[in-house]
Design a protein. Structure first.
Length: 215
């Protein structure tokens, strides 16, 4: 089977990214873009991002996770510590997260090191989740092989009964991570594939070097 996709083309002409429009700190630049995309109401989940890790098998793997908070320190998301990605991040904290907002013809690529956030912060976020999502964190031994969908649903029913009328505590194997960026690239689609690419690289602890990359 084969399918020729060579005629799939799109001309990017909605915006531009010029050096004079770039601020000194890329987190502030990220916020500006994020809010613009959110305000446009053209993306269903603005906070959906691709997380790429290097697995124990030596292969990189990417999956979609949800950004839950960002600060000048980094980007925070939550997951199962014992999942495939959790184990991969324990072994190799060098990760990449990226955002692609096609309606705005924009992409952001962030490379950095990941680490767990404080337990009390994970507790606070877990308490804010809907009860169904809290139970979901208990039900799923993420990334492990299970016999069927029925097995999962039966496990959920049993946990619902066991926790009926009770507060659900955050399981010790579930919590937050923060990606502390060392490099952030902003990509704006342009006509004739001459896209704008502006890269920020961390210099020391606080300053950022800003460069334009060839498309």
């Amino acid at each position: 089977m084969k399918q020729d996709l060579s005629d799939y083309r799109k001309s990017y002409e909605k915006s531009e990214l010029l050096e004079e429009n770039c601020v000194e700190n890329p987190i502030e630049m990220f916020r500006n873009w994020f809010l613009e995309v959110e305000k446009s109401e053209t993306v269903a989940e603005v906070n959906a991002m691709t997380l790429s890790t290097l697995g124990a098998d030596g292969f990189p793997k990417s999956r979609i996770v949800l950004l839950k908070k960002y600060t000048f320190e980094g980007f925070i998301f939550y997951t199962n510590y014992e999942s495939e990605k959790g184990l991969a991040m324990t072994k190799n904290p060098n990760v990449c997260i990226s955002f692609f907002w096609p309606a705005m013809e924009r992409q952001i690529i962030i490379k950095g090191k990941v680490e767990k956030i404080a337990e009390n912060l994970s507790d606070g976020y877990f308490e804010s989740r809907p009860r169904g999502s809290q139970l979901g964190a208990l039900v799923s031994d993420q990334s492990t092989v299970i016999p069927s969908r029925v097995y999962l649903e039966e496990k959920l029913k049993n946990l619902e009964k066991a926790h009926e009328g009770k507060e659900i505590e955050r399981p010790s194997h579930w919590g937050g991570y923060i990606v502390k960026p060392e490099e952030i690239e902003f990509w704006q689609g342009r006509a004739n594939r001459l896209h704008d690419r502006i890269r920020y690289q961390l210099q020391g602890d606080y300053s950022w070097k800003i460069e334009r990359l060839a498309p």
